[in-house]
Ligand binder design. Structure first.
Ligand SMILES: Cc1cc2nc3c(=O)[nH]c(=O)nc-3n(C[C@H](O)[C@H](O)[C@H](O)COP(=O)(O)OP(=O)(O)OC[C@H]3O[C@@H](n4cnc5c(N)ncnc54)[C@H](O)[C@@H]3O)c2cc1C
Length: 632
């Protein structure tokens, strides 16, 4: 699903010369004078800020209330849902689903973003990430989908863009769980190209209704939902409207037979001269992008965040199995190869965890700066999250791919039993596959991420031009970012990746100009470098920030995860960069650029003993019986 602002083919990055911030000394490398962009709250700034220069939000910073929310959701998922995850929750039993959703409503898990006056609990955005992680301990990605749709794509359009009457009408039921919510965007001819909607609404002669005709497909929660946020064209303009179950002319089709997510409902919707009251339109005619795509932006964040708990659970299953399974006279958990897989799983989980909470922390800070008394407050919330499209897409892509890698390793630890339905890995393997497709395919999300950064770079918003000057100095002065502190080698490795990104982007823009948006494979490779830079930055920042706490708690795993991730993935940055440069220069890279890259390449190739460090991490996973990091 892709929005009008997101259309990869049509939209080109806009350039303007707007300058933000004030001139300040000492923000740069080696005393270089740079613009100070630190006051601007916007996405993409991780590129131009040195690792550790900003505090990142992470579990170790949870307030008492946040810890309580985390424990409450985790308890609910573990005690109420996990026992049902392999059988009952796969039966699409509407009565059971409604009962559980209502239970979640009573516990306050559904109204996260909703003001109290409409029945919600209006938590901070960090609460949203905490709940997304917490619910995924339920072992049923299908049920996580029910919750995710209810609290993001199925309701955010109303919360952010609905008027008071609309909020009063629909939100209390959604928060209590009495009503189930769904979201209809995809159509047979409009998937990634979502604004190509063929569903139309025509104002009735008496001006009281929109007469809706068309079809939606693959709608999650569809068979059970009471309210549907539906995207459509009115007078040719992309709009969003709420359609209630039972509206004449609105029919719900048969359940799709799927390869996974057995317990979630996925149906087509049909509209045949369906009379929807005009009062149900969200915003004005033509305002459809906000309700449709801002919700998606958060939906994709939640998708990544909800991988964390599932990954911890997967690791727990795998260790339990590995300890009990004997081969060659010993537990397979003693084998180096098995421990290496468990170590990789822990690294994927710790790095994803660090990334998600850092991203939500940044968005929460930006939202906290909004004036709550501003009548446009909720619209502005939605728009603020749009500033973080690149980061949310990184969470979605990294989360779905990290989960895929982890599941594959855990599956392998089960050997043949992994393939047998009675064991948990087969379902996990199938269920996770959809995560690379929905909420925007990973191809589309890489484009979104790559293109959002290009727009930010060209607009002057993140100080990219100044950063490029800094990179020049950096390359000529022994590749020293000026960072002083622990994990210096690793920090310089991530800083080198950012420098490589900046140079590659600059070269790509010189070659392709405004058409860079259409050079998809270049953008994908640029996005891969950015993903490494963001994940590396958040992970290292978290470890550096919590050094004393980790020492106090005798936790060695976080630092080892940061070291191994930086080293193992850093080396891949040059692969992406070489592909980009060889494409631009047809294999004949200019000497000056080549020598710059030779230096950067050295910084990116660390001599870390990853085998040795992973052995320690693997042993810790076995010892802990699962994910070995305790954050609080
Ligand atoms: C189980 C399930 C539940 C779903 N739930 C919902 C829901 O609740 N609500 C809803 O509205 N939708 C839902 N969807 C739809 C889902 O979001 C879409 O399937 C997804 O966005 C991809 O669209 P598509 O299937 O039409 O694929 P297409 O858009 O046809 O894509 C096919 C391939 O082409 C690639 N591609 C397409 N365009 C480009 C481009 N510009 N550049 C590069 N590559 C491109 C894609 O990455 C993909 O690999 C669901 C789907 C499934 C399977």
């Amino acid at each position: 699903m892709l929005n009008k602002h997101e259309s990869v083919e049509k939209e080109k990055p806009q350039s303007n010369s707007k300058k933000n911030g004030v001139v300040k000394n000492g923000n740069g490398v080696n005393g270089h004078t740079l613009m100070d962009f630190s006051k601007i709250k916007t996405g993409g700034k991780f590129l131009t800020n040195v690792v550790g220069s900003e505090k990142v939000f992470c579990k170790e910073l949870f307030s008492e209330e946040e810890k309580m929310i985390y424990e409450a959701m985790k308890d609910f998922a573990t005690n109420e849902l996990l026992p049902l995850s392999q059988n009952e929750l796969n039966k699409k039993d509407e009565k059971l689903i409604r009962k559980l959703v209502e239970q979640m409503g009573e516990l306050g898990f559904l109204g996260i973003d909703v003001p109290e006056k409409y029945g919600g609990s209006e938590m901070t955005k960090t609460g949203m990430c905490i709940l997304a992680e917490g619910i995924s301990f339920c072992g049923s990605p299908s049920f996580c989908t029910v919750w995710n749709v209810q609290t993001s794509i199925g309701s955010l359009g109303i919360i952010w863009y609905g008027n008071d009457e609309q909020k009063k009408k629909w939100l209390p039921g959604i928060c209590s769980g009495e009503k189930i919510a769904a979201f209809g965007l995809t159509e047979p001819e409009a998937g990634s190209d979502a604004t190509n909607s063929k569903t139309t609404g025509v104002l009735s002669d008496d001006g009281k209704h929109y007469i809706v005709n068309g079809q939606k497909i693959f709608i999650s929660n569809g068979a059970w939902a009471d309210t549907f946020i539906v995207a459509l064209k009115i007078d040719g303009k992309f709009s969003s409207i709420v359609v209630e179950k039972g509206t004449p002319g609105f029919d719900i089709g048969k359940e799709e037979k799927k390869m996974g997510m057995e317990g979630s409902s996925t149906v087509p919707l049909y509209f045949t001269d369906c009379k929807v009251p005009v009062e149900n339109l969200l915003g004005n005619v033509g305002d459809g992008a906000g309700p449709a795509f801002c919700g998606l932006n958060i939906g994709r964040f939640k998708l990544g965040a909800s991988a964390i708990g599932g990954m911890m659970l997967g690791m727990q299953h795998a260790v339990e199995y590995a300890k009990s399974r004997k081969a060659f006279g010993q537990s397979i958990s003693d084998f180096g190869s098995i421990q290496d897989k468990l170590a990789t799983s822990a690294i994927l989980t710790y790095t994803l965890d660090s990334t998600c909470y850092s991203v939500i922390g940044k968005q929460t800070e930006a939202i906290n700066e909004l004036d709550k008394n501003d009548p446009e407050y909720y619209v502005k919330q939605g728009n603020t999250t749009e500033q973080y499209i690149a980061e949310n897409s990184i969470v979605k892509v990294y989360g779905s791919e990290a989960a895929e890698e982890l599941i594959d390793h855990c599956f392998q630890i089960y050997g043949g039993y992994g393939f047998i339905e009675e064991y948990p890995m087969a379902q996990a393997y199938r269920d996770n596959r959809i995560n690379k497709i929905w909420e925007g395919t990973n191809e589309i999300n890489r484009m979104l991420c790559g293109r959002a950064m290009i727009t930010k770079a060209l607009s002057g918003e993140i100080g990219f031009k100044e950063y490029l000057e800094k990179v020049d100095v950096y390359c000529n002065n022994g590749l020293d970012s000026g960072y002083e502190g622990d994990l210096k080698t690793e920090v310089e490795c991530v800083e080198a990746a950012k420098a490589v990104y900046a140079i590659c982007l600059n070269e790509s823009l010189s070659k392709h100009g405004q058409d860079i948006g259409t050079e998809q494979v270049i953008i994908e490779n640029l996005a891969n470098i950015l993903i490494y830079a963001y994940v590396g930055d958040s992970t290292l920042s978290r470890v550096i920030q919590n050094k004393d706490l980790y020492v106090q708690k005798n936790q060695v795993v976080p630092e080892l995860c940061a070291k191994v991730y930086t080293a193992e993935q850093g080396i891949r940055v040059m692969e992406y960069a070489n592909k980009i440069l060889n494409s631009i220069y047809d294999g004949e890279i200019p000497k000056e650029l080549e020598s710059k890259f030779a230096k950067l390449s050295k910084r990116l190739s660390l001599s870390t003993d990853t085998i040795g460090l992973k052995k320690i991490i693997g042993e810790k996973v076995v010892e802990a019986g699962g994910y070995p990091v305790q954050s609080f």
